[in-house]
Design a protein. Structure first.
Ligand code: 5GP
Length: 177
């Protein structure tokens, strides 16, 4: 595909306003719970996590986890593979999984099951984007930025075959471009 700027689906200012709202809501919900561990799902969530975490007003620490399911394709292979586990100890701690986008729900389902085995005090989920029309497995997403259609989106951390990850807005591409 070319690196021509894809059409805007969600603008930079819309993203900023929604991230601020999410941060306010999460800060309020965890106000009295103590330290929160944010687990960003690499690579796609790195920009969302950076912006969200800096606006929280509660004590928080950052971890990363990496999984792979699409393998440079826009069609899910269905199988989720753990590429990198969390480094810190999350036992007895409140965990918030921070995802870029939930499509079929398989990645989030896998992550919740995997992280539960580490014995956290609680696990909640936050996704900047959700494709409700693509759900294959039902998972609770406690905090959602925007619901979108089935289109392939890029920017703000999301890529198409590693292209357009650093675009400041969410754009849509046709995988054949
Ligand atoms: P799921 O397991 O829910 O089907 O897929 C979740 C993962 O698929 C996301 O973390 C993301 O890596 C990838 N994904 C799904 N839809 C899109 C999309 O439209 N754009 C990009 N860049 N990644 C997507």
């Amino acid at each position: 595909m070319s690196d021509a700027a894809p059409p805007v689906l969600i603008s930079e200012s819309e993203i900023a306003a929604r991230v601020e709202e999410l941060a306010r809501q999460i800060s309020a919900d965890y106000q009295d719970k103590g330290d929160l561990v944010l687990i960003g799902v690499l690579k796609g969530a790195f920009i969302f996590l950076a912006d969200l975490s800096r606006q929280l007003t509660i004590p928080r620490t950052i971890e990363f986890i990496a999984v792979s399911s699409y393998e440079n394709s826009s069609v899910s292979s269905g199988a989720v593979r753990l590429v990198m586990d969390v480094r810190g100890n999350i036992e007895g701690r409140h965990v918030l999984i921070v995802e870029d986008i939930v499509d079929t729900g398989r990645t989030l389902e896998y992550l919740i099951g995997m992280l539960e085995s580490h014995g956290p005090a609680s696990i909640r989920t936050c996704a900047l984007l959700h494709k409700p029309g693509s759900t294959e497995v039902e998972v609770d997403i406690n905090y959602v930025g925007f619901g979108i259609g089935g289109e392939w989106v890029v920017g703000y951390g999301l890529d198409y075959a590693e292209h357009n990850r650093t675009l400041p807005y969410i754009g849509k591409v046709k995988p054949s471009d």
